[in-house]
Write a protein that binds this ligand. Structure first.
Ligand code: DX5
Ligand code: ZN
Length: 213
């Protein structure tokens, strides 16, 4: 299992050191939650702060857009050369076009699905993307309770991925911990995002990441 700690739960007063610490602790990606106060009822960080994260990281950035104007935000973050940019299918009229744009910028395109969105909604985009991010909470905040129906969605998505694009990865975001990890692995999940679990772990970041791997 690949692990992408969400810096939403990091100490923002000490952000560069937090990013270095999770990289040294063995994370695979650094998950960055971008919220605009419109698509979700919370506001986080833009390219000024994320450029500091990009300088501190030794792992690829995994930028999760939770915004209304996806194309505008892709332009803002592209110069930071993230590994992935994902955007919500619920908030994009022209997802196919935006996927091509992200790829043309040298970034791996990914699609994010809210808890109510079935995987079939993106069946005919799967051939064009590198990852699907399934939300297992409603986007907007860290520390929420895991919504178990994501397991069924992950299984259905896995079957579609086998048919259309076997190299496409499945990432889960929200309420992930060592208790639901096995179910996720059995459902075919490749990457887990974990915020409060990693940054709040009593035994430190390495123990937290190791327990998910
Ligand atoms: C929620 C974010 C998540 C969040 C996860 O909108 O997309 O990445 O930080 O936090 P936990 O792991 O605490 O649920
Ligand atoms: Zn996220």
């Amino acid at each position: 299992m690949l692990v992408a700690p969400s810096i939403l739960s990091a100490d923002f007063g000490n952000l560069a050191n937090e990013v270095k610490a999770i990289c040294e602790a063995g994370c695979d990606l650094v998950h960055v939650d971008v919220m605009d106060g419109h698509f979700v009822p919370n506001l986080t960080i833009g390219p000024v702060v994320v450029s500091a994260v990009a300088k501190a990281t030794t792992k690829p950035l995994d930028i999760h857009l939770m915004v209304e104007n996806n194309s505008f935000f892709v332009d803002l973050f592209a110069p930071l050369k993230p590994g992935y940019i994902s955007f919500h299918i619920e908030e994009e009229k022209h997802p196919h076009r935006l996927i091509q744009k992200i790829r043309s910028l040298g970034i791996k395109p990914a699609l994010t699905l809210n808890p109510h969105t079935p995987p079939e909604a993106i069946e005919f985009l799967l051939g064009d993307i590198d990852m699907v991010l399934l939300m297992s909470v409603n986007p907007g905040f860290g520390g929420q309770k895991f919504i178990p129906s994501v397991i069924e969605r992950a299984k259905r998505l896995k079957a579609l991925i086998k048919k259309h694009n076997p190299s496409c990865l499945i990432e889960i975001d929200g309420g992930v911990n060592d208790q639901n990890l096995n179910q996720l692995r059995e459902a075919g999940v490749d990457i887990v995002v974990a915020g409060s679990y990693v940054f709040g772990h009593q035994a430190g970041y390495k123990a937290a990441i190791d327990s998910l791997k």
